[in-house]
Design a protein around this ligand. Structure first.
Ligand code: G1P
Length: 308
């Protein structure tokens, strides 16, 4: 079995343009889903999976992320003095999560593309594999997605991509893997990844869902891409290109992830994630379900009146 993974990178320098104007002043990573900002779901998933070294790669305007995870001793003291211990505990728990995940922040530097933040963080990796998770995916799973990826890496000692079954009509939104062999437990041997193909060109019915185990060999490919960019000043630095280059000569795997996935990076996905987590809330969920039914019945009633 390969050594386990303890580092992770969360690229969080993106503009969140698909959610404008909501993300005009608020980073998309800080939009709430349930009672946590989106990025806290990702950090929790990582810490629950045993990750002890998280790098969040940021750009200007992302200071709220740091504020959220920072300890607030003054606020906690005030809340305790006011007898509001439950709030004080909740505030302390978030800072403690950040401490357990040993979050550090890095500014993104370099050419456009989602490979750049990974390369920025790579100086600290040495020879270790790392997890890369996009910050706008929220997973609800018995075994966290990150843990499922780590297990696949422990079996294969190779790069691993998180995959979910996809309706082919959605292929133009995702990287679609080329599957060579279907192994046990949702593990697939891949020969590459086609980025956002037309449905008729999609090589499989799986989508890459923004979770990767990246090994030093992939980092070398990203370095090579960046070197070419520095020479010619053209192109962009993409993880998919690095993975494809790597997969042309070496083994890459996909792990079909068990669980529910919410892509909060687009307006519909964000609203669905909001609604699902509100309805699943242990305290407020039951009342909200009743309310949804009431609203639905009322709409149906109004429809009936208008039609009659
Ligand atoms: C990126 C990846 C793509 C993947 C997607 C998942 O695309 O390039 O392969 O399927 O994330 O969210 P983006 O959505 O950033 O265009």
């Amino acid at each position: 079995m390969s050594p386990t993974i303890r580092r992770a990178v969360i690229p969080a320098a993106g503009l969140g343009s698909r959610l404008l104007p909501l993300t005009k002043a608020t980073p998309k990573e800080m939009l709430p889903v349930g009672d946590q900002p989106v990025i806290e779901h990702t950090v929790r998933e990582l810490v629950d999976s045993g990750i002890t070294d998280i790098t969040i790669v940021v750009s200007g305007g992302k200071g709220l992320i740091q504020d959220h995870f920072r300890p607030n001793p003054g606020l906690v003291e005030q809340l305790r003095a006011d007898g509001k211990d439950a709030y004080a505990d909740a505030v302390e728990e978030v800072a403690d999560l950040a401490r357990r995940g040993h979050i550090t922040y890095l500014d993104q530097h370099g050419p456009y593309g989602n490979g750049t933040p990974v390369l920025n963080a790579a100086r600290a990796f040495g020879d270790e594999p790392v997890l890369v998770l996009w910050p706008d995916d929220v997973f609800v799973a018995k075994v966290p997605r990150a843990q499922q990826l780590i297990r696949a890496y422990e079996k294969t000692a190779c790069p691993v991509l998180a995959l979910m079954p996809m309706d082919r009509s959605e292929s133009q939104r995702y990287g679609v893997p080329v599957v060579k062999e279907d192994l046990d437990g949702g593990l697939l041997r891949l020969t590459g990844l086609v980025e956002k193909p037309k449905p008729e060109d999609a090589p499989s019915s799986y989508a890459a869902i923004g979770g990767y185990v990246i090994t030093p060999g992939i980092i070398d490919e990203l370095r090579e891409q960046t070197r070419r960019w520095q020479e010619h000043r053209t192109g962009e630095i993409y993880l998919t290109d690095a993975i494809n280059e790597y997969a042309s000569t070496r083994a890459v795997y996909g792990q079909v992830i068990q669980g529910r996935w919410y892509d909060t990076g687009n307006p519909v996905g964000y609203l669905v994630a909001q609604m699902a987590s509100a309805l699943a809330h242990p305290e407020y969920g039951p009342a909200l379900r009743g309310l949804v039914k009431e609203l639905d019945d009322a709409d149906a009633g109004e429809g009936a009146t208008a039609a009659s």
